[in-house]
Design a protein around this ligand. Structure first.
Ligand SMILES: Cc1ncc(COP(=O)(O)O)c(C=O)c1O
Length: 425
């Protein structure tokens, strides 16, 4: 907290927040380096690490992560362009998405970007592309859904029986069919799962990875040689949003994996990871100014400039994504019980719907206009992923006019192409 307070005071001194810029996102590069070093210590060779770009798609952050030896895991063409702008080589990049278009796949296979195939229809496309690009250097695997169960947040759980992601391993005869698929395609040399997410127990994640390894062993045994050389175990390490403590740590996760899937560490397979939230969430925060305060029905309400536009998950599903806040005076002194009365408070955002809240009915030091609110642990999936940013993927808006005999359609807001957006960055 000491370091964060110093950063707040520096931001105030430098007038970084003002009437034009009413909220800022902060990434602490020093702490980011420390986190990546902890990752490397807990998971040394044969592990190789990519960063899930969706968690923090900022070119400077990605450049830093690249310089620390990480690759990039991208899930949309926009993320791919951003990763390329940050300098990631194609050979360091993996494209995961359940909705890859034919041109996404063509680009990956022609340029040697690795992919994890999500489903059988995608496999058909890849079959054709591989036949045309025999020398492609893309490392290609299948994403399996071990159907190992949901964590406590169903909207982000990826390994439920009906999750939209990957190939359902436990359905019908799917497991045997996947072994056949691998047998017929020696170029399938990787196998992928992403079974964790916020709200998942480490043991549940480890169970999914145990299934992955067991399937890889079965495939290799069936084909008679080590066709599968790489296991991609995804990301999904949960983050503690309740205090400053980093738990579970990468080391705790490694310890659980060592117990459940010891063979992961013996060097037989190259093991790829794709952590996002655990790399950046605790190394970033949002700082916003209190514009007004009021009292409503006995509740103190502080209106700030950070709401659903940058705190999307928390505003729409507050029970699943609660966030901690700290309060500061206009001079950057921490407000606490020693210097300020504690009152039940809603910290609100600026958007025009009642649910646009950072936190609700919390006992906080009484905020005043021109105070600052620091929103902790928002370095991943928050300020780098606001609405505008998410609109990068190819959405234009059309107007339809005319009666049924003559309908006309015309564009009323053209989505800039990715290249145009990138040129402005
Ligand atoms: C395939 C894949 N890899 C990596 C990640 C990153 O997950 P996290 O940020 O929870 O580590 C995700 C998140 O949805 C994912 O779907």
């Amino acid at each position: 907290m000491f370091r964060k307070q110093n950063i707040v005071q520096l931001a105030i001194k430098n007038n970084i927040l003002n009437d034009e810029v009413t909220a800022i996102g902060v990434t602490d590069f020093e702490r980011l380096r420390q986190t990546v070093s902890e990752l490397h210590c807990a998971f040394p060779q044969p592990f190789i690490h990519t960063f899930a770009v969706k968690a923090n798609a900022l070119v400077d952050v990605l450049k830093e992560l690249k310089s620390l030896g990480m690759g990039a895991e991208v899930a949309s063409p926009g993320e791919l362009l951003i990763a390329q702008k940050a300098g990631f080589e194609n050979s360091e990049t993996i494209f995961d998405s359940p909705a890859k278009t034919l041109s996404d796949l063509t680009q990956c296979i022609e340029q040697g970007i690795s992919i994890n195939i999500d489903n059988l229809q995608e496999l058909e496309r890849v079959d054709h592309l591989k036949a045309k690009n025999l020398n492609s250097t893309s490392i290609i695997g299948f994403r399996i859904n071990p159907q190992s169960g949901s964590g406590s947040i169903s909207s982000t759980s990826t390994a439920t029986a009906t999750s939209k992601f990957g190939y359902a391993l436990a359905d019908g005869d799917n497991r045997n069919q996947l072994i056949e698929i691998y047998k017929q395609r020696p170029w399938l040399t990787s196998l992928h799962t992403h079974s964790g997410s916020q709200g998942c127990e480490l043991e549940l994640m480890a169970f999914g990875i145990k299934e992955l390894l067991s399937l890889a062993e079965d495939i290799n045994r069936e084909v008679g040689y080590q066709q599968i050389q790489q296991l991609d175990i995804g990301g999904g390490l949960p983050v503690n949003f309740e205090s400053e403590e980093v738990t579970p740590s990468f080391q705790q996760y490694a310890d659980v994996l060592k117990q459940t899937v010891p063979a992961l560490f013996d060097g037989k397979y190259r093991v790829k990871t794709e952590f996002g939230r655990a790399i950046t969430a605790k190394n970033g925060f949002i700082l916003t100014r209190v514009e007004y305060t009021k009292s409503m029905g006995g509740r103190h309400i502080a209106i700030t400039h950070a709401g659903a536009q940058i705190l999307t998950r928390t505003a729409f599903t507050p029970k699943s994504w609660p966030l901690r806040v700290s309060c500061f005076t206009p001079q950057g002194e921490v407000r606490n019980a020693e210097n300020t009365e504690i009152v039940q408070t809603d910290v609100a955002g600026p958007c025009c719907f009642a649910g646009d809240l950072v936190c609700k009915d919390k006992p906080l030091p009484k905020l005043e206009a021109n105070d600052y609110v620091l929103i902790h642990d928002t370095g991943g999936y928050y300020f780098s992923n606001h609405f505008d940013y998410n609109s990068l993927p190819r959405v234009s808006v059309y107007a339809v006019k005319g009666n049924d005999n003559h309908i006309d359609i015309s564009c009323i807001r053209k989505q800039d192409t990715l290249t145009e957006v990138m040129a402005r960055m």
